[in-house]
Design a protein around this ligand. Structure first.
Ligand SMILES: [Zn+2]
Length: 101
């Protein structure tokens, strides 16, 4: 007899409850990278779609920089990898969910 997940009733090898739980928990990843023309940009990944525009606007205001957003990615001009975490926390994101690479 295979083990049955008490949550969804499927055998544990087919169960995706743990995976789903991980996906709904917000993980935000921050890193900087070289973009075109030797510019450096700061990437913020994992912001929920509904919060993307609001968060991008706030970050641009707090960090006084330009930036764009698409899908689940915010791209800020310049290297803000050391300050963007603090900015995210100041607008309500949980420190433990933010990972700076
Ligand atoms: Zn399950």
């Amino acid at each position: 007899m295979p083990d049955i997940c008490p949550n969804c009733g499927l055998p544990t090898e087919l169960c995706v409850c743990n995976v789903l739980e991980k996906e709904t928990e917000q993980r935000i990843k921050v890193y900087s990278k070289k973009a075109k023309f030797n510019r450096v940009v700061t990437i913020i990944e994992g912001i929920g779609h509904d919060d993307l525009e609001r968060t991008a606007k706030s970050l641009k205001r707090i960090l006084a920089c330009g930036g764009t957003f698409r899908n689940t990615i915010i791209e800020l001009q310049g290297d803000h990898s050391d300050t963007v975490k603090k900015a995210l926390i100041s607008i309500g994101y949980k420190e433990s969910n933010i990972e700076v690479a």
